[in-house]
Design a protein around this ligand. Structure first.
Ligand code: HEM
Length: 270
């Protein structure tokens, strides 16, 4: 569901549709449910006189649920992810059983599963993937927590002017893309692989017209440079005002008016 508070910045703390409230309630319910399960387990085990086995289970769950977040990990495992996996296992005992059979047959019972075993445990991997499909994790970008389902708009304009990534960011300097021998720096492309340069977006919703766009823009520009001198309409030595009008699409504040003057007789070429 689109959260209006995400779209209107001055409403961002208002929770207009009660989404945050519902989410908090759901988390509370999950916590209560887990607590209940732990108590039930403890009850069952102590009744069977299994030397406070339940205490072990509670301890194990406490460790799992309070697992400290590892900020360096490529994928951060949150309390919510672990809860989701455990609850899915509790709700689907046959899946739990199948995952366990796989582990028993690949690893056995004489040692703990190690990271190097994971490639040999496809069903376990599939279970985690399935959990992530239904319960996608929140994510953290820099110092910001991005809750799941957030509509995130990336400000490519600011990124292109960020002094952390670009030397003299406000200067128009094509040389920043050239290495000394005159060839292009291949590692700095516009295809969404380098996040400091994203004119066509990135990822699977990135612009599919990128090759056509680059071909037409580059060829047209090359033709203009080849054939014309460009004179700014307002007179000799005048520069073009590049300021942008306010708005989402950043159109020009002032129309571009120039006079193309043919450098040579173009008639044989056209
Ligand atoms: C210089 C020219 C162009 C630029 C700067 C440009 C830029 C973009 C950008 C920034 C996006 C959004 C990407 C994202 O959300 O991550 C986009 C999407 C798209 N572009 Fe382009 N584009 C250009 C030319 C073209 C051309 C020539 C075509 C088709 C022939 C095209 C077709 C599309 C389509 C269909 C999408 C939507 C993709 C989707 O939502 O999955 N674009 N473009």
């Amino acid at each position: 569901m689109l959260d209006l508070s995400d779209c209107i910045w001055f409403c961002r703390h208002l929770d207009l549709q009660g989404i945050m409230k519902r989410s908090k309630n759901a988390h509370k319910k999950l916590d209560a449910l887990l607590e209940k399960i732990i108590k039930e387990q403890e009850g069952i085990r102590t009744k069977k006189n299994e030397k406070v086995q339940g205490g072990h289970l509670k301890h194990l769950l406490d460790i799992l649920l309070d697992v400290p977040e590892n900020n360096n990990a490529e994928f951060k495992l949150t309390r919510e992810n672990i809860k989701a996996v455990i609850l899915n296992f509790i709700n689907h005992p046959h899946i739990f059983q199948k995952a366990r059979e796989e582990i028993d047959s690949v690893v056995g019972k004489n040692r703990l599963v190690e990271e190097s075993d994971i490639p040999n445990l496809p069903y376990l991997q599939a279970t985690v993937k399935e959990t992530l499909r239904l319960h996608p994790p929140d994510c953290k970008v820099g110092e910001y927590d991005i809750p799941k389902n957030t509509k995130l708009l990336v400000n490519v304009w600011i990124i292109g002017r960020d002094a952390k990534h670009w030397e003299h960011p406000l200067e128009f300097c094509p040389n920043r893309f050239i290495i000394e021998e005159g060839s292009l720096k291949s590692q700095l492309d516009v295809r969404g692989h380098q996040y400091q340069l994203l004119p066509f977006g990135s990822g699977k919703r990135g612009c599919p017209g990128i090759s056509l766009a680059l071909r037409s823009v580059q060829t047209t520009l090359a033709n203009i440079i080849q054939c014309f001198e460009l004179r700014v309409a307002s007179g000799n030595g005048a520069t073009v005002d590049m300021s942008e009008a306010p708005g989402l699409l950043l159109t020009r504040a002032h129309p571009l008016i120039f006079v193309p003057v043919a450098r040579f007789n173009l008639s044989p070429l056209i």
